[in-house]
Design a protein around this ligand. Structure first.
Ligand code: DGL
Length: 258
């Protein structure tokens, strides 16, 4: 067992932690929610890099031997800096454009993410590889992170917020939607409801598929631990939850992923 640090701007990274624990159930995880500074989506890269350094220092103090940056926005802004400045491995979020592009039947994929992620070079490079083959429509999931952090995971207001960003993607013909922010999987039931209630989306038939990169991130962590020979150093599997602000949402949402 190893000690794995995991961090996000808030509780969204719990959707990643859930997948990590499916693949690697015996590890010790230390999860840090930077909810006092959430959302990261519109913050500068420099701000996010500073936060990422402070959080990494804290996770190292807690014994982390590898860190999962369970935040697409922080991956885009800070993972290169972290890799340059620290000796441990960092595993980041991958924009799941490839599986979406390979799986679409309509030839249109939608990407929901934060403004920071959509501007990041990692996303832009990945998009560049596929945009000749499929049409890629993007939207910022405006207000999605706030819904999750305030535990508003259903109801008319949550549906209206989700509809405002999702509907344009469906109307553009997207049958596959990339969840490009780790908070968004917590809104999957609302997204599915909005999609199902959208008259004539996909020109009358079929279903929409939502693609979450978290299972691939978990497999990547497993292979990195193997490559680096990191194993069996921590006697106690489990999860420690830490937050820079009040931890009510973190603890409640953690209750839904175990
Ligand atoms: N969970 C984040 C991400 O994956 C957070 C976004 C935010 O704080 O704006 O991008």
């Amino acid at each position: 067992m190893a000690t794995i640090g995991v961090f996000d701007s808030g509780s969204g990274g719990l959707s990643v932690l859930k997948e990590l624990r499916k693949v690697l159930p015996e590890e010790k995880y230390v999860y840090y929610s930077d909810n006092a500074n959430c959302p990261y989506g519109d913050k500068t890269p420099e701000f996010i890099q500073d936060r990422a350094r402070s959080i990494t220092d804290l996770l190292l103090e807690k014994g982390a031997e590898a860190v999962v940056v369970a935040c697409n926005t922080a991956t885009a802004a800070a993972i290169a800096t972290l890799r340059a400045e620290y000796d441990i491995p960092f595993i980041g979020m991958e924009p799941a454009v490839k599986p979406a592009a390979l799986g679409t039947r309509s030839g249109v994929i939608g990407v929901l993410a934060t403004a920071g992620t959509l501007k990041g070079s990692k996303y832009l490079n990945t998009k560049g590889l596929y945009e000749d083959d499929v049409k890629i429509e993007e939207r910022v999931g405006r207000g999605f992170v706030e819904l999750v952090e305030s535990l508003e995971l259903e109801g008319p207001h949550a549906e209206a917020v989700v509809r405002a960003s999702l509907l344009p993607l469906l109307e553009a013909g997207a049958d596959t939607i990339v969840l490009g922010c780790t908070h968004y999987p917590f809104l999957l039931p609302v997204m599915e409801k909005v999609a199902a209630l959208t008259p004539g989306f996909m020109k009358g038939s079929g279903t929409v598929r939502f693609v979450d990169p978290a299972p691939a991130v978990a497999r990547r962590l497993e292979s990195v631990l193997r490559e680096k020979g990191i194993s069996l150093s921590d006697p106690e599997p489990g999860v420690e939850l830490l937050a820079s602000g009040p931890d009510t949402t973190l603890r409640r949402l953690f209750g839904t992923i175990i």
